[in-house]
Design a protein around this ligand. Sequence first.
Ligand SMILES: *[C@@H]1O[C@H](CO)[C@@H](O)[C@H](O)[C@H]1NC(C)=O
Ligand SMILES: *[C@@H]1O[C@H](CO)[C@@H](O)[C@H](O)[C@H]1NC(C)=O
Ligand SMILES: *[C@@H]1O[C@H](CO)[C@@H](O)[C@H](O)[C@H]1NC(C)=O
Ligand SMILES: [Cu+2]
Length: 677
Amino acid sequence: MSIQLWFLLLFFLLFHLLLHPCLPLSSAHPLDPLTAAEISTIRRVIQSSHLGASKSLAFHYVGLDEPDKTDVQAWAESATRGRRQRRRAFVVARSGGETHEIVVDVADASVVSDRVYRGSGYPIQTLDELEAAAALPLNYTPFVESARRRGVALSDVVCSPLTAGWFGEPGRGRRRLKLQCCVAGETANFYMRPMEGITVVVDLDEMRIIGYRDRVVVPVPKAEGTDYRAAKQRPPFALETKPGVVVQPAGKGFRIDGHVIRWSNWDFHLSYDARAGLVISLASVYDAQKGARRRVLYRGYVSEVFVPYMDPAEEWYFRTFFDAGEYGFGLWASPLEPMTDCPANAEFMDGYYATQDGEPVKLPNVFCVFERYSGDAAWRHTELGIPGQMIREVRPEVSLVVRMVGALGNYDYVTDWEFKTSGSIKVGVSLTGILEVKGTPYTHTDQITTDVHGSLLAENTIAVYHDHFVTYYLDLDIDGLNNTFIKSKLKTARVADGGDVPRRSYWTVTREVAKMEADARVEIGSVPAELLIVNPNKKTKMGNHVGYRLITNGAPAASLLSDDDYPQMRASYGKKQVWVTPYNKSEKWAAGLYVDNSRGDDNLAAWSLRNRAIENVDIVVWHTVGFHHIPYQEDFPLMPMLSSGFELRPSNFFEINPLIRLRPTKHTHLPNCTLIV
Ligand SMILES: *[C@@H]1O[C@H](CO)[C@@H](O)[C@H](O)[C@H]1NC(C)=O
Ligand SMILES: *[C@@H]1O[C@H](CO)[C@@H](O)[C@H](O)[C@H]1NC(C)=O
Ligand SMILES: *[C@@H]1O[C@H](CO)[C@@H](O)[C@H](O)[C@H]1NC(C)=O
Ligand SMILES: [Cu+2]
């Protein structure tokens, strides 16, 4: 090779490195979700295995079998970057009446392992079987008769699949589902028009109705006033608000490299999972003072959503839904609409899930990512105390939001992860959509003399009391792998008698280190306390342990069901809002891996009973955001957004306010958004 050619080559290489300083990253990240092509490969591999012979082969879950944490961490710390990453998938499939757990090596296109699960509980139901089950009543003579009795046209009937729960039945039980049938017709809001008094039980493996009872005929609420579509509002009205959009004259401030998002001082990986939905991994924050990137959150996602209803009637008692484990929180994610679901400056990402047949399906716009200009200040101060001076310093708050909406039938959950330049991560969950209502003869509260287990929202319409418990998996790795959970308890103290001040009491703080899992089951609000996750191996210059703290937004809610009630056994973690477990790759789902027909033997509370050591090891914090939902009339016919959430806030993580040296924003001439016509 001539010297010129060498030079050219060197130049070419340098040029590329300079242009693409992050080139190795854009090659697949070990935590990237399965692509459509990978899902197709998995399908082919399993179909050509011995399982393929079975006519009943059905894919219930197909997701990434993520590499071991040590490998991912080593990769992230670039020691092994560029090396071929292991790509494996975890598949739960049903075949011949059995549940199989299959690990597929996607790169080698081979089955690594296949084992039959023989414990209690069944996998997430597939969308295809839910759809098939919902159509069964229309060809079922007793139901046709029930519709006739109620004067309902069959062509207006819409049935929804309801998981049946577990109520002490012995044995493994069948895969069952119950159906709630409603009347659409003149309204899109069929949920507000239940055909009350009917119980339909479906065997999912046989796909036929195995139980039917029409117990009582109750008036079907009228369609009038139930529709939420703009075209159906009579008369529609406009409020005196003006249109507005976000303008970013210098463009977006974040970069998306594959699934890695970099914005301001934050870096994280964003992926989609059919069960969890939105998954944040490897979130780290840049510390400008230290000149270093520091680890905060290894993995965070919605692990379970438990929604028990409070009506013990025959058609209602079993309604105790686990939206992630029974339905798939990501499977039911809704495509986000630009400009309304997310602001004008949002960027969107797609997700892929596998159908019952194993085919990949694209979920367009499953996530949006945008910078939020809240109009609030990140910090401020006005100083009038220095004679002759007026000092005012204000720094505006800008944050980055990642959003997904899980639309589980009637309900919509807006889940947000907001990254703040202050180092905080704010997690929000908002509820909207349509309530589950029960048909009733009542048309006015004056007629009601007994407990109707809900609120009368319209004629013949009771919205039943219920809860929403959204449980987050938070594998925090504050400034390193090994962390400790601390409760800083506030306690009233007395001023010693005989002192020379008239004050009698004050509060002070005692720190309790959680050594074992039993020390870390917390009912928030039972005693005043702050909850910290610290790295006991790292201290600030002042000698404080670096940490983050968990701050709840909104009133904490815990399950009020009695301990011997079946749904409570299945969600026995629901009485405490915080649990801490030592990291274990297979403990991912708060209500267990198999939730449909589960008995609570493989859930967070059961794991915690082992009472493992949790001090200065890799720990996972589980936090439940709860809502007790007493419906009000404004929730009819569709409820306005109700929000709650929590914040993970640096607490002795930085040496000082990380934004104090932030240069004030210049008052540039931004377009003022006045429409020029
Ligand atoms: C990890 O979790 C699984 C499921 O709970 C359990 O069977 C296993 O023993 C755990 N491993 C360790 C090391 O605790
Ligand atoms: C974390 O703690 C475990 C258990 O004490 C120990 O074996 C391991 O070396 C520690 N790891 C780090 C990175 O400090
Ligand atoms: C906004 O910009 C338009 C067009 O440049 C200008 O006519 C208008 O006066 C501006 N309004 C304000 C409030 O600055
Ligand atoms: Cu609700």
